[in-house]
Write a protein that binds this ligand. Structure first.
Ligand code: FRU
Length: 492
């Protein structure tokens, strides 16, 4: 809409230089480099012509954009999927599985391989290699599973989106697949299931107590679709190499904000870490969000762990090391807030860590405001965190854009909130990642003021850092490997 101010481009998140982007695809760590492929329209800033864009990073902060890796063809779009890295004679081989979305409505899984570290791809002549003859079979995620005999096997999960089911296949060679089982339906109706992942995590760090976390993205469909739009959930269970089982019939919300979708984890991350990246938008209004010439941003990479919280295994999502390091090097200040609120100035590409004890201060609120007619209000009260985005600039994005996100944030001790704000991307990590709230926030182009208030007189410790936009840290190894780019490489 014309009265929506254009939002600034993030500096420590990946956005394509121009055009439409949605889901992260083919996240893989290979030959010392992080690869991010993604749903991309090489020809426009709306969804369509779906291809896999490609970017790499050596530190998960600075990304170099490369030419399109897998391009749509007449009659076939390249939907979401994944990549695994395996040892090969002269380095590694990457195997990609993606959904071929054909013009006749059929969706089936196809395979491609790369022997040059992900820059050129050879399509399997037998594509599609996994076909159920259906029209919503998509988003293959290939994961590793070591069986009791110590043998590495491959598991492919893909959804029948409208059935709200995940189908599991097994393979020894990453070529031929055997159907092993299906899971679902479960939880709310009126949604499609998309972009599954299955992540093994030790409960409370105990390697003898491995649990498997089935991760799903759910998108409301139908005439009376839920106006909150897309969101992610998970269910904790066990996996025996063929079947996922769970005692819990509940899908737990993974991120309580409006803009975290299609998140999946990297294959082959060092030390087997589970690192997730999501798309920071929502199908309800993704095309209306006023960013240009880029349209779509990835979240911060988050490291997943599984902790017992209030007696139940819960995903914990930690901010990436590069962000925490920024805080380590900055000075922490403590303010006693009495009648007057405290105002902190931020560049708008900033990290703010706040700690307080509600037993002393009572409720705490933070208001973020810039030069646009919009604001974000965080209110912590009685173990609940509410995050509201409001104002005419928010209303102008889309009728369903103004929102209040609610999540539980345990009290009974000090509370910690880490706010990462990078232009229009706000990610809140509460109590070191026990809860997260990710939202697009059209606060304007200028600096941001954070106004902190407490209900009663009390101390609030804070660290505020503006993240330097050191523009010139490209991924050095990436550039010489290939021909001129259709998007000039930039470090973001
Ligand atoms: C999820 C999704 C996937 C699909 C892709 C198409 O956001 O709908 O299910 O593969 O986007 O771009």
């Amino acid at each position: 809409m014309s009265d929506v101010p254009v939002v600034p481009r993030p500096t420590f998140h990946f956005t394509p230089q121009r055009n439409w982007m949605n889901d992260p695809n083919g996240l893989v760590h290979d030959r010392g480099r992080w690869h991010l492929f993604y749903q991309f329209n090489p020809e426009g800033s709306e969804w369509g012509n779906t291809s896999w864009g490609h970017a790499t990073s050596s530190d998960l902060q600075h990304w170099t954009e490369h030419p399109v890796a897998l391009r749509f063809r007449d009659g076939e779009q390249i939907f979401s999927g994944s990549i695994v890295s395996t040892p090969a004679e002269d380095g590694t081989e990457l195997t990609a599985y993606y959904t071929s979305a054909y013009a006749d409505g059929r969706q089936a899984q196809s395979r491609a391989t790369s022997n040059d570290g992900g820059f050129t791809w050879e399509l399997d002549v037998d594509n599609p290699v996994l076909d159920r003859g259906t029209s919503a079979f998509r988003d293959p995620k290939v994961i590793r599973y070591t069986d009791e005999a110590g043998r590495l096997r491959w598991i492919l999960l893909a959804v029948e989106a409208e059935d709200r089911q995940v189908h599991f296949y097994t393979s020894d060679d990453l070529r031929s697949w055997e159907h092993a089982s299906a899971f679902g339906p479960l939880g709310p109706t009126g949604v499609v299931w998309e972009c599954p992942d299955l992540v093994p995590l030790p409960l409370d760090g105990d390697p003898d107590d491995m649990r498997w976390v089935l991760i799903l993205s759910t998108n409301p469909v139908g005439d009376d679709a839920d106006r909150d739009g897309s969101s992610m959930s998970y269910v904790v269970g066990r996996f025996d190499g063929t079947r996922f089982t769970t005692d819990s019939a509940e899908l737990v919300r993974l991120d309580s904000g409006r803009d975290f979708y299609a998140g999946v984890t990297f294959d082959n991350a060092p030390q087997g870490a589970a690192i997730m990246v999501g798309w920071m938008s929502n199908w309800r209004y993704a095309e209306a969000f006023p960013s240009t010439p880029w349209k779509g941003a990835m979240s911060l990479p988050r490291q997943l762990a599984l902790h017992t919280v209030r007696g139940r295994p819960r995903l914990v999502q930690r901010p990436p090391a590069f962000l925490l390091e920024q805080l380590t090097h900055a000075a922490r200040a403590t303010v006693v807030i009495a009648e007057q609120p405290v105002e902190l100035s931020l560049s708008g590409h900033s990290v703010l860590d706040l700690r307080w004890d509600p037993a002393t201060t009572g409720n705490l609120s933070v208001r973020l405001h810039g030069d646009a007619d919009a604001c974000v209000e965080l209110e912590h009260s009685g173990g609940t965190l509410r995050v509201t985005r409001r104002g005419s600039a928010a209303e102008a994005v889309h009728v369903d854009f103004p929102s209040t996100s609610v999540t539980e944030v345990a009290t009974g001790g000090p509370v910690q909130l880490l706010l990462s704000l990078d232009g229009p991307l706000l990610e809140i990590f509460a109590n070191h990642g026990e809860a997260t709230v990710s939202n697009l926030v059209p606060l304007g182009r200028g600096p941001i003021v954070a106004t902190v208030c407490t209900e009663r007189r009390g101390a609030v410790a804070y660290t505020a850092v503006d993240v330097a936009s050191d523009e010139s840290i490209p991924d050095p190894a990436a550039t010489p490997l290939h021909a001129p780019q259709d998007h000039p490489a930039t470090a973001l």
